[in-house]
Design a protein. Structure first.
Ligand code: TXA
Ligand code: MG
Length: 313
Protein backbone atom coordinates (compact mmCIF):
# COMPACT_ATOMS: atom_id res chain seq x y z
CA UNK A 1 0.00 0.00 0.00
CA UNK A 2 1.13 3.52 -0.77
CA UNK A 3 2.67 5.77 1.82
CA UNK A 4 0.55 8.61 3.15
CA UNK A 5 1.15 11.29 5.71
CA UNK A 6 -0.48 10.11 8.95
CA UNK A 7 -2.03 13.03 10.84
CA UNK A 8 -1.36 13.19 14.58
CA UNK A 9 -4.52 14.84 15.89
CA UNK A 10 -5.07 15.94 19.48
CA UNK A 11 -8.55 15.00 20.59
CA UNK A 12 -10.18 18.43 20.52
CA UNK A 13 -13.57 19.09 19.00
CA UNK A 14 -12.39 20.32 15.58
CA UNK A 15 -10.10 17.31 15.22
CA UNK A 16 -12.84 14.90 16.27
CA UNK A 17 -15.05 16.32 13.54
CA UNK A 18 -12.22 15.91 11.04
CA UNK A 19 -11.55 12.34 12.19
CA UNK A 20 -15.24 11.46 11.89
CA UNK A 21 -15.23 12.86 8.34
CA UNK A 22 -12.20 10.72 7.46
CA UNK A 23 -14.03 7.61 8.73
CA UNK A 24 -17.14 8.53 6.75
CA UNK A 25 -15.11 8.81 3.56
CA UNK A 26 -13.54 5.38 4.06
CA UNK A 27 -10.33 6.47 5.79
CA UNK A 28 -8.60 4.66 8.66
CA UNK A 29 -8.42 6.51 11.97
CA UNK A 30 -6.75 5.16 15.09
CA UNK A 31 -8.51 6.27 18.27
CA UNK A 32 -8.17 5.75 22.01
CA UNK A 33 -10.45 3.46 23.98
CA UNK A 34 -10.12 2.58 27.67
CA UNK A 35 -8.50 -0.75 26.71
CA UNK A 36 -6.04 -0.08 23.85
CA UNK A 37 -5.95 2.17 20.77
CA UNK A 38 -8.17 0.80 17.99
CA UNK A 39 -7.72 1.15 14.24
CA UNK A 40 -11.14 2.31 13.10
CA UNK A 41 -12.94 1.89 9.78
CA UNK A 42 -16.60 2.18 8.76
CA UNK A 43 -17.80 -1.41 9.23
CA UNK A 44 -20.29 -1.06 6.33
CA UNK A 45 -17.57 -0.08 3.86
CA UNK A 46 -15.85 -3.17 2.47
CA UNK A 47 -12.95 -1.18 1.01
CA UNK A 48 -12.30 0.59 4.28
CA UNK A 49 -12.40 -2.70 6.20
CA UNK A 50 -10.10 -4.33 3.65
CA UNK A 51 -7.60 -1.53 4.13
CA UNK A 52 -7.55 -2.26 7.89
CA UNK A 53 -6.23 -5.73 7.10
CA UNK A 54 -3.78 -4.17 4.65
CA UNK A 55 -2.43 -1.61 7.13
CA UNK A 56 -2.03 -4.22 9.89
CA UNK A 57 -0.68 -6.92 7.60
CA UNK A 58 -3.28 -9.17 9.19
CA UNK A 59 -4.51 -12.39 7.58
CA UNK A 60 -7.89 -11.40 6.21
CA UNK A 61 -9.94 -14.27 7.60
CA UNK A 62 -9.85 -12.86 11.13
CA UNK A 63 -13.05 -11.15 12.27
CA UNK A 64 -13.06 -7.68 13.85
CA UNK A 65 -14.87 -6.09 16.81
CA UNK A 66 -17.52 -3.50 15.91
CA UNK A 67 -17.74 -0.45 18.19
CA UNK A 68 -21.01 1.37 18.81
CA UNK A 69 -21.98 4.19 21.22
CA UNK A 70 -24.79 2.41 23.10
CA UNK A 71 -27.03 -0.65 23.46
CA UNK A 72 -29.64 0.71 21.03
CA UNK A 73 -27.02 0.89 18.26
CA UNK A 74 -25.75 -2.59 19.12
CA UNK A 75 -29.26 -3.97 18.67
CA UNK A 76 -29.23 -2.87 15.02
CA UNK A 77 -26.52 -5.40 14.26
CA UNK A 78 -27.01 -8.37 16.60
CA UNK A 79 -29.84 -10.51 17.91
CA UNK A 80 -30.12 -9.36 21.51
CA UNK A 81 -31.01 -11.58 24.48
CA UNK A 82 -31.52 -11.39 28.24
CA UNK A 83 -27.97 -12.35 29.13
CA UNK A 84 -26.64 -9.68 26.78
CA UNK A 85 -28.88 -7.13 28.49
CA UNK A 86 -27.71 -8.23 31.93
CA UNK A 87 -24.06 -7.94 30.86
CA UNK A 88 -24.63 -4.59 29.15
CA UNK A 89 -26.33 -3.21 32.28
CA UNK A 90 -23.31 -4.18 34.32
CA UNK A 91 -20.35 -3.66 31.99
CA UNK A 92 -21.23 -1.26 29.13
CA UNK A 93 -19.77 1.10 28.35
CA UNK A 94 -16.65 -0.91 29.15
CA UNK A 95 -14.03 -3.53 28.44
CA UNK A 96 -16.42 -6.34 27.53
CA UNK A 97 -16.99 -7.59 23.97
CA UNK A 98 -20.00 -9.82 23.33
CA UNK A 99 -20.23 -12.23 20.40
CA UNK A 100 -23.88 -12.53 19.34
CA UNK A 101 -25.76 -13.77 16.27
CA UNK A 102 -25.72 -11.28 13.38
CA UNK A 103 -29.06 -9.68 12.80
CA UNK A 104 -30.72 -9.87 9.41
CA UNK A 105 -30.29 -6.67 7.38
CA UNK A 106 -27.25 -5.66 9.45
CA UNK A 107 -25.63 -3.92 6.49
CA UNK A 108 -22.07 -4.67 7.62
CA UNK A 109 -19.33 -5.73 5.24
CA UNK A 110 -18.81 -9.51 5.20
CA UNK A 111 -15.14 -8.84 5.78
CA UNK A 112 -15.90 -7.60 9.30
CA UNK A 113 -17.18 -10.98 10.42
CA UNK A 114 -14.98 -12.95 8.02
CA UNK A 115 -18.16 -14.64 6.82
CA UNK A 116 -19.23 -15.85 10.29
CA UNK A 117 -22.89 -15.54 11.28
CA UNK A 118 -21.90 -13.94 14.59
CA UNK A 119 -20.60 -10.48 15.42
CA UNK A 120 -18.24 -9.26 18.14
CA UNK A 121 -19.55 -5.93 19.45
CA UNK A 122 -18.70 -3.50 22.23
CA UNK A 123 -19.49 -0.05 23.64
CA UNK A 124 -16.19 1.53 24.70
CA UNK A 125 -15.94 3.58 27.88
CA UNK A 126 -13.86 6.51 26.70
CA UNK A 127 -15.13 10.03 26.05
CA UNK A 128 -13.12 10.47 22.84
CA UNK A 129 -14.21 7.09 21.48
CA UNK A 130 -17.80 7.88 22.40
CA UNK A 131 -17.75 11.28 20.68
CA UNK A 132 -16.06 9.87 17.60
CA UNK A 133 -18.69 7.12 17.30
CA UNK A 134 -21.49 9.64 17.64
CA UNK A 135 -20.00 12.10 15.13
CA UNK A 136 -19.19 9.39 12.59
CA UNK A 137 -22.69 8.02 13.08
CA UNK A 138 -21.47 4.64 11.84
CA UNK A 139 -20.57 1.24 13.29
CA UNK A 140 -16.78 1.28 13.54
CA UNK A 141 -14.77 -1.90 13.09
CA UNK A 142 -11.56 -1.62 15.06
CA UNK A 143 -8.83 -4.12 15.83
CA UNK A 144 -6.00 -3.01 18.06
CA UNK A 145 -3.94 -0.41 16.13
CA UNK A 146 -0.71 -2.38 15.83
CA UNK A 147 0.94 -4.34 13.01
CA UNK A 148 -0.31 -7.93 13.14
CA UNK A 149 1.46 -10.03 15.78
CA UNK A 150 3.08 -7.06 17.54
CA UNK A 151 2.46 -5.48 20.93
CA UNK A 152 -0.88 -3.65 21.25
CA UNK A 153 -0.71 0.17 21.48
CA UNK A 154 -1.67 2.05 24.63
CA UNK A 155 -0.49 5.49 23.43
CA UNK A 156 -0.77 7.41 20.15
CA UNK A 157 3.03 7.20 19.84
CA UNK A 158 2.85 3.38 19.90
CA UNK A 159 0.34 3.59 17.05
CA UNK A 160 2.61 5.88 15.02
CA UNK A 161 5.64 3.65 15.69
CA UNK A 162 3.82 0.75 14.03
CA UNK A 163 1.45 2.27 11.46
CA UNK A 164 2.74 5.73 10.49
CA UNK A 165 2.36 6.19 6.73
CA UNK A 166 -0.31 3.48 6.51
CA UNK A 167 -3.34 5.20 8.10
CA UNK A 168 -5.02 8.58 7.66
CA UNK A 169 -4.80 9.76 11.26
CA UNK A 170 -4.42 8.96 14.93
CA UNK A 171 -6.51 10.77 17.53
CA UNK A 172 -4.32 11.35 20.56
CA UNK A 173 -5.93 11.41 23.98
CA UNK A 174 -3.11 10.10 26.15
CA UNK A 175 -2.58 6.66 27.63
CA UNK A 176 -5.29 3.99 27.89
CA UNK A 177 -6.42 3.44 31.47
CA UNK A 178 -7.09 -0.31 31.33
CA UNK A 179 -4.18 -1.17 29.04
CA UNK A 180 -5.40 -4.67 28.07
CA UNK A 181 -7.87 -5.56 25.32
CA UNK A 182 -11.49 -6.26 26.19
CA UNK A 183 -12.65 -9.56 27.62
CA UNK A 184 -14.54 -11.47 24.89
CA UNK A 185 -17.60 -13.55 25.77
CA UNK A 186 -19.42 -15.75 23.32
CA UNK A 187 -23.23 -15.75 23.79
CA UNK A 188 -24.36 -17.96 20.96
CA UNK A 189 -26.26 -18.91 23.04
CA UNK A 190 -24.06 -20.61 25.63
CA UNK A 191 -21.86 -18.25 27.56
CA UNK A 192 -18.19 -18.95 26.88
CA UNK A 193 -15.02 -17.04 27.58
CA UNK A 194 -13.27 -16.45 24.23
CA UNK A 195 -10.51 -14.12 25.44
CA UNK A 196 -9.29 -12.97 28.83
CA UNK A 197 -9.16 -9.19 29.04
CA UNK A 198 -9.82 -5.99 30.92
CA UNK A 199 -12.73 -7.34 32.95
CA UNK A 200 -11.78 -10.22 35.23
CA UNK A 201 -13.59 -13.52 34.75
CA UNK A 202 -14.53 -13.67 38.44
CA UNK A 203 -16.51 -10.43 38.10
CA UNK A 204 -18.47 -11.76 35.10
CA UNK A 205 -19.15 -15.06 36.87
CA UNK A 206 -20.54 -13.15 39.83
CA UNK A 207 -22.80 -11.03 37.64
CA UNK A 208 -24.25 -14.04 35.83
CA UNK A 209 -24.06 -16.43 38.81
CA UNK A 210 -22.32 -19.08 36.67
CA UNK A 211 -18.90 -20.70 36.32
CA UNK A 212 -17.21 -19.87 33.03
CA UNK A 213 -15.05 -22.61 31.50
CA UNK A 214 -11.41 -21.40 31.67
CA UNK A 215 -10.23 -22.37 28.22
CA UNK A 216 -10.24 -19.03 26.51
CA UNK A 217 -7.65 -19.80 23.88
CA UNK A 218 -8.90 -23.14 22.55
CA UNK A 219 -12.19 -22.08 21.02
CA UNK A 220 -11.26 -19.85 18.08
CA UNK A 221 -8.37 -19.28 15.78
CA UNK A 222 -7.86 -15.56 15.54
CA UNK A 223 -5.15 -12.99 16.22
CA UNK A 224 -5.76 -12.74 19.94
CA UNK A 225 -5.88 -16.53 20.05
CA UNK A 226 -2.73 -17.28 18.09
CA UNK A 227 0.09 -18.87 20.07
CA UNK A 228 2.62 -16.20 19.10
CA UNK A 229 1.18 -12.69 19.45
CA UNK A 230 1.95 -9.44 21.24
CA UNK A 231 5.55 -10.25 20.42
CA UNK A 232 8.57 -8.00 21.07
CA UNK A 233 11.45 -8.39 18.61
CA UNK A 234 13.72 -10.17 21.09
CA UNK A 235 13.13 -13.36 23.09
CA UNK A 236 10.90 -13.27 26.17
CA UNK A 237 11.48 -15.48 29.25
CA UNK A 238 8.66 -15.87 31.79
CA UNK A 239 8.49 -16.52 35.55
CA UNK A 240 12.04 -15.25 36.00
CA UNK A 241 13.26 -14.49 39.51
CA UNK A 242 16.20 -12.45 38.16
CA UNK A 243 17.73 -11.37 34.82
CA UNK A 244 20.54 -13.41 33.25
CA UNK A 245 23.41 -11.32 31.90
CA UNK A 246 22.37 -9.47 28.73
CA UNK A 247 18.67 -9.64 29.64
CA UNK A 248 16.38 -6.79 30.64
CA UNK A 249 14.20 -7.49 33.67
CA UNK A 250 10.51 -6.56 33.77
CA UNK A 251 9.47 -6.81 37.41
CA UNK A 252 6.31 -7.07 39.47
CA UNK A 253 6.22 -6.18 43.16
CA UNK A 254 8.99 -4.76 45.36
CA UNK A 255 12.08 -5.99 43.46
CA UNK A 256 15.03 -4.50 41.61
CA UNK A 257 14.48 -4.46 37.85
CA UNK A 258 14.74 -2.33 34.70
CA UNK A 259 11.03 -1.52 34.62
CA UNK A 260 8.33 -2.51 37.11
CA UNK A 261 4.74 -3.37 36.14
CA UNK A 262 3.67 -2.48 39.66
CA UNK A 263 5.95 -1.84 42.62
CA UNK A 264 2.92 -2.43 44.88
CA UNK A 265 2.01 -5.71 43.14
CA UNK A 266 -1.28 -4.14 42.01
CA UNK A 267 -2.68 -6.14 39.05
CA UNK A 268 -4.76 -3.23 37.72
CA UNK A 269 -1.69 -1.00 37.60
CA UNK A 270 0.30 -3.87 36.03
CA UNK A 271 -2.30 -4.32 33.28
CA UNK A 272 -2.22 -0.60 32.49
CA UNK A 273 1.60 -0.67 32.24
CA UNK A 274 2.03 -4.01 30.46
CA UNK A 275 2.10 -3.06 26.77
CA UNK A 276 3.83 0.27 27.40
CA UNK A 277 6.65 -1.39 29.33
CA UNK A 278 7.01 -4.09 26.65
CA UNK A 279 7.21 -1.36 23.99
CA UNK A 280 9.88 0.48 26.03
CA UNK A 281 12.02 -2.62 26.63
CA UNK A 282 11.57 -3.74 23.02
CA UNK A 283 13.11 -0.45 21.86
CA UNK A 284 16.30 -1.21 23.79
CA UNK A 285 16.67 -4.39 21.76
CA UNK A 286 17.70 -7.07 24.29
CA UNK A 287 16.00 -10.29 25.48
CA UNK A 288 13.42 -9.69 28.19
CA UNK A 289 13.02 -11.67 31.44
CA UNK A 290 9.69 -11.21 33.23
CA UNK A 291 8.84 -11.79 36.89
CA UNK A 292 5.96 -14.14 37.82
CA UNK A 293 2.47 -12.61 37.88
CA UNK A 294 -0.23 -14.13 40.12
CA UNK A 295 -2.91 -16.05 38.18
CA UNK A 296 -5.92 -14.24 39.65
CA UNK A 297 -8.18 -11.34 38.57
CA UNK A 298 -6.51 -9.35 35.76
CA UNK A 299 -3.42 -11.55 36.28
CA UNK A 300 -5.12 -14.17 34.06
CA UNK A 301 -5.27 -11.74 31.13
CA UNK A 302 -1.74 -10.46 31.78
CA UNK A 303 -0.34 -14.02 31.86
CA UNK A 304 -2.26 -14.90 28.69
CA UNK A 305 -0.63 -11.98 26.84
CA UNK A 306 2.79 -12.80 28.29
CA UNK A 307 2.57 -16.47 27.22
CA UNK A 308 1.87 -15.33 23.66
CA UNK A 309 4.68 -12.77 23.78
CA UNK A 310 7.04 -15.60 24.82
CA UNK A 311 5.73 -18.28 22.43
CA UNK A 312 8.04 -19.70 19.76
CA UNK A 313 7.60 -17.79 16.47
O1 TXA B 1 -10.16 -3.94 23.59
C1 TXA B 1 -10.37 -4.40 22.47
O2 TXA B 1 -11.10 -5.37 22.28
C2 TXA B 1 -9.68 -3.70 21.29
C3 TXA B 1 -10.26 -2.29 21.23
C4 TXA B 1 -9.75 -1.51 20.05
O3 TXA B 1 -11.65 -2.34 21.24
N1 TXA B 1 -9.86 -4.41 20.07
C5 TXA B 1 -9.25 -5.62 19.82
O4 TXA B 1 -9.47 -6.11 18.56
O5 TXA B 1 -8.56 -6.19 20.63
P1 TXA B 1 -8.61 -7.28 17.89
O6 TXA B 1 -9.00 -7.29 16.46
O7 TXA B 1 -7.15 -7.07 18.16
O8 TXA B 1 -9.14 -8.57 18.55
C6 TXA B 1 -10.45 -8.99 18.22
C7 TXA B 1 -10.67 -10.38 18.68
C8 TXA B 1 -9.97 -11.37 17.81
O9 TXA B 1 -9.29 -12.29 18.61
C9 TXA B 1 -11.11 -12.01 17.05
O10 TXA B 1 -10.87 -13.30 16.70
C10 TXA B 1 -12.27 -11.90 18.00
O11 TXA B 1 -12.08 -10.65 18.57
N2 TXA B 1 -13.53 -11.95 17.27
C11 TXA B 1 -14.05 -11.03 16.43
N3 TXA B 1 -15.22 -11.43 15.92
C12 TXA B 1 -15.48 -12.64 16.44
C13 TXA B 1 -16.54 -13.58 16.30
N4 TXA B 1 -17.59 -13.35 15.51
N5 TXA B 1 -16.46 -14.73 17.00
C14 TXA B 1 -15.42 -14.97 17.81
N6 TXA B 1 -14.38 -14.13 17.98
C15 TXA B 1 -14.40 -12.98 17.31
MG1 MG C 1 -5.01 -7.17 18.56
Amino acid sequence: MGTMQTMHLHANNANLVQAAGLLQSGGLVAFPTETVYGLGADARNAKAVASVYGAKGRPSFNPLIVHVPNVASAQKYVVWNETAQQLADQFWPGALTMVLPLREGHGLSYLVTAGLNTLAIRVPNHPTAQRLLELANAPIAAPSANPSGRISPTTAQHVLDGLSGKIAAVLDDGACLVGLESTILGLTPHVALLRHGGIAVEVIEKTLSIDLPQEASKTITAPGQMESHYAPNEAVRLNASYAESGELFLGFGPITCDLNLSQDADLIEAAANLFDHLHQLDKIGKPIAIAPIPQTGLGCAINDRLRRAAAPR
